[in-house]
Design a protein around this ligand. Structure first.
Ligand SMILES: [Zn+2]
Length: 270
């Protein structure tokens, strides 16, 4: 009897050891595989965009549904604006006609999930940083929304709603609205305004958090609202203003602290 207990204890200890050893061992190398890709918040990849030590290339994956293809002028302007703020050897886009297989309006959760389902690769793909812009048919669940940034790398733009937002004198035209909204959503991906930092300049609109109080900045709140042509007549801003650019310069040279980042440069001092 005594011997049996001893024997059983020994077996039990051995089994326990095996269980503990194998679970901790498997934890060592499967951690990376089990953890889901971190998608972060808009602005969560601003340092990855501004800094070129690791990500030398920026690719915009553009998935559009039939009749929703963004205009080449919109995409050229987007590339130009990205090049003016992010330090990359190359900035390019990849266009894909995509069936999103989605019925009805889009909630922000729908957009996040569909973005994950349809994107070609992770946002951080070796030396490539990849932002994902979707142009589907249909509208946002908040019908006043022309575009939205839902995480650190994902944007959706509603071309049908943009076309409806044009006023009867077509000033601004839907083409100009499309370009401005696209640059505006990219601005959110680089954290404008105050999304992942606090500016040393007071230029955030207190009534519209995350937006510029300057109506001449592309980060003005009305740019992504279907009321836009009732608010701004004529020429729309489609560029960042000096305060927006100043924030990005200060984030890059570490004069401003960036929080919630999915990637930090090796020499980051905060
Ligand atoms: Zn906005």
């Amino acid at each position: 009897m005594k011997l049996n207990i001893f024997k059983n204890t020994k077996i039990f200890s051995y089994l326990l050891f095996l269980v503990l050893f194998s679970s901790s061992f498997s934890g060592c190398f499967s951690k990376e595989e089990i953890l889901p890709e971190p998608f972060g918040v808009p602005g969560g990849l601003v340092l990855a965009c501004l800094n070129s030590t690791h990500f030398t290339e920026l690719v915009i994956e553009i998935d559009y549904e039939a009749d929703q293809k963004p205009r080449p002028e919109t995409l050229d302007l987007l590339i130009e604006r990205i090049n003016s703020v992010c330090d990359k050897q190359s900035v390019s886009y990849e266009l894909s006609l995509t069936d999103f297989e989605h019925e009805g309006v889009w909630t922000s959760d729908d957009i996040r999930l569909k973005g994950r389902e349809t994107r070609e690769t992770n946002a951080m793909n070796e030396n490539q940083l990849r932002f994902h812009f979707m142009f589907p048919s249909g509208t946002h669940s908040d019908s006043g929304v022309l575009g939205v940034a839902v995480d650190a790398s994902t944007v959706m733009i509603f071309v049908d709603t943009i076309k409806e937002a044009e006023n009867f004198i077509q000033r601004p035209s839907w083409e100009d609205i499309e370009a401005a909204v696209t640059v505006h959503e990219f601005g959110h991906l680089v954290g404008l305004v105050n999304l992942v930092y606090t500016s040393n300049v007071d230029h955030e609109d207190p009534d519209h958090p995350g937006h510029s109080s300057n109506e001449d900045s592309v980060m003005y709140w009305a740019i992504e609202s279907s009321d836009i042509s009732n608010i701004i007549f004529g020429t729309l801003p489609n560029d960042f203003d000096d305060d927006d650019r100043g924030d990005l310069i200060n984030l890059n040279n570490q004069q401003l602290q960036a929080h919630d980042q999915l990637w930090y440069p090796e020499d980051y001092s905060y």
